[in-house]
Design a binder for this molecule. Structure first.
Ligand SMILES: Cc1cc2nc3c(=O)[nH]c(=O)nc-3n(C[C@H](O)[C@H](O)[C@H](O)COP(=O)(O)OP(=O)(O)OC[C@H]3O[C@@H](n4cnc5c(N)ncnc54)[C@H](O)[C@@H]3O)c2cc1C
Length: 199
């Protein structure tokens, strides 16, 4: 899994918005020097809509189609996902390899070998079906462990919500890892808004 932060808004958007609510823009220079204090006060008061003015865009590579399905349940994010037809072409071009799919790290030895054997067999069957009947038929049996790539845009409020639900068990372990990877690429000055969900 690889996560890259493509762009983000400045924290000053939140301070500007918050001070607009209370008509105290004269305090802007002061709070720009102490964004964490100001924003934590808003969060403690439940005035969370103000942090929607900070938006992040991430490039996320090599997450499973299973994780994509769960991520996509979050309705307030924008996703652009690699098409399944294109993904199947990777299988069809003859490079059916372990690198195309996720192997849970808890599997070892013979269990790991068995998992890889089953996944490879399913990918090969998808390939055979696609060659015979086209990608739109073969795609239906692509296994959930196959990797995909996407771009996600999300505001800070929704990202906090995702952290709250998905940073720890019982959420899917791969989702826990994605949350940690997203946290790692956030600007250091933004991390305070999310770290309570990782402790
Ligand atoms: C451990 C775990 C197990 C799960 N198991 C299942 C399962 O078995 N089956 C299943 O279908 N899903 C399952 N889910 C998914 C879960 O039900 C949610 O669909 C998903 O987590 C998205 O979260 P959300 O709906 O809170 O928020 P988002 O879609 O991220 O929306 C953010 C917030 O906006 C508000 N909101 C958004 N849309 C609406 C709306 N239409 N009406 C009112 N308020 C809205 C809510 O306050 C919501 O919390 C599971 C999730 C977790 C974390």
């Amino acid at each position: 899994m690889k996560v890259e932060l493509l762009s983000h808004s400045p924290l000053s958007n939140i301070i500007h918005a918050g001070l607009t609510c209370t008509d105290r823009l004269d305090k802007l220079p002061h709070y720009l020097a102490f964004p964490e204090t100001f924003i934590n006060r808003l969060l403690r008061a439940g005035h969370e809509s103000v942090i929607e003015h900070v938006v992040y865009t991430f490039k996320i590579e090599d997450i499973t189609r299973g994780l994509l399905q769960q991520l996509a349940r979050h309705r307030l994010i924008s996703l652009s996902v690699q098409s399944t037809r294109w993904a199947l072409d990777r299988v069809l071009d003859g490079t059916v390899m372990e690198e195309l799919f996720y192997v849970p790290e808890e599997l070892e030895g013979a269990d790991r070998d068995k998992y890889i054997e089953v996944a490879l067999k399913q990918l090969q069957q998808a390939r055979t079906l696609a060659e015979a009947f086209g990608n739109d038929v073969g795609k239906y049996i692509i296994p959930e462990c196959m990797y995909t790539d996407l771009v996600m845009t999300v505001n800070a409020r929704e990202l906090r919500h995702i952290f709250q639900l998905r940073a720890k068990p019982p959420a899917l372990k791969e989702f826990n890892i994605l949350v940690r990877e997203i946290y790692n690429v956030l600007p250091d000055s933004h991390k305070f808004m999310f770290e309570e969900f990782l402790e």
